[in-house]
Design a protein around this ligand. Structure first.
Ligand SMILES: [Zn+2]
Length: 240
């Protein structure tokens, strides 16, 4: 099997925000997102959630695929992104912070980052009903490298359990908050019963990638079309 590069896109919020917004880069305007999905589709790629991407990551399947992930679980993912994904029959994984459903990204508040609404339980059910997927992003969006091993276990194990109970679905995909992890943390994610964990290591994934250290490609407010294409089709991200 040839070693095909598989880009996994990392999004946060899909919404137009005013220029004054702190960390505006985290918000991709809906029109830009629409154009990016249109591009992926016209190039013959299929946008897939991590669950659907796995056969490609482990070499069982091959084809032109792009992973699509959203961190934190913003309400605008359901309102602005889901209809676009649906239009192209794409799926995506949204990583949820299990104790923060229906609230805001309070973990960013001390940095002055704009507070955005997170999906509520019923909105997450809508997201799932549209054929989209969810994964865990801990209970409280803790920096796992800054807390005790015992606390790391609680964050990783309990977020899985709570989401599984609430949505009656197996939660097998994990994402490290702030992209922060180490060897012991990725081993804990493995022991907890997840089958993947995504990071903020930049680059495209391939069949040799460690499933608990999956690299991603950040798509931000500043990712204009030519850069978007370079990130997906060239070694641009692999060298960063
Ligand atoms: Zn996050």
């Amino acid at each position: 099997m040839s070693n095909i590069n598989i880009p996994i896109l990392m999004y946060h919020s899909i919404e137009s925000m005013p220029k004054s917004t702190v960390m505006r880069s985290l918000h991709v305007p809906t029109n830009r997102f629409k154009f990016q999905m249109w591009l992926i589709n016209i190039l013959g790629y299929k946008g897939l959630s991590i669950r659907h991407l796995k056969p490609y990551l482990n070499g069982e399947k091959s084809g032109k695929v792009v992973g699509i992930t959203f961190d934190d679980g913003y309400q605008n993912n359901l309102i602005n992104a889901a209809p676009v994904l649906k239009k192209y029959d794409f799926s995506a994984t949204c990583y949820l912070v299990s104790k923060c459903l229906g609230t805001f990204n309070t973990w960013d508040a001390d940095k002055g980052i704009t507070q955005s609404q997170l999906m509520s339980t019923s909105e997450i059910k809508e997201w799932l009903d549209l054929g989209m997927d969810i994964g865990a992003h801990t209970q409280t969006h803790a920096d796992l490298t800054k807390i005790s091993e015992k606390q790391v276990k609680v964050e990783i194990y309990e977020s899985k359990k709570s989401l599984e109970k609430k949505f009656n679905i197996s939660i097998v995909d994990f994402c490290y908050p702030f992209g922060r992890f180490n060897e012991s943390i990725s081993n804990i994610a493995n022991s907890a019963g997840y089958s993947s964990a995504t990071t903020m290591i930049r680059g495209r994934a391939n069949t040799q990638s460690n499933q608990f250290k999956l690299p991603r490609i950040p798509i931000t407010h500043h990712t204009l079309p030519h850069l978007f294409l370079a990130k997906i089709l060239t070694t641009y991200e692999d060298k960063r």
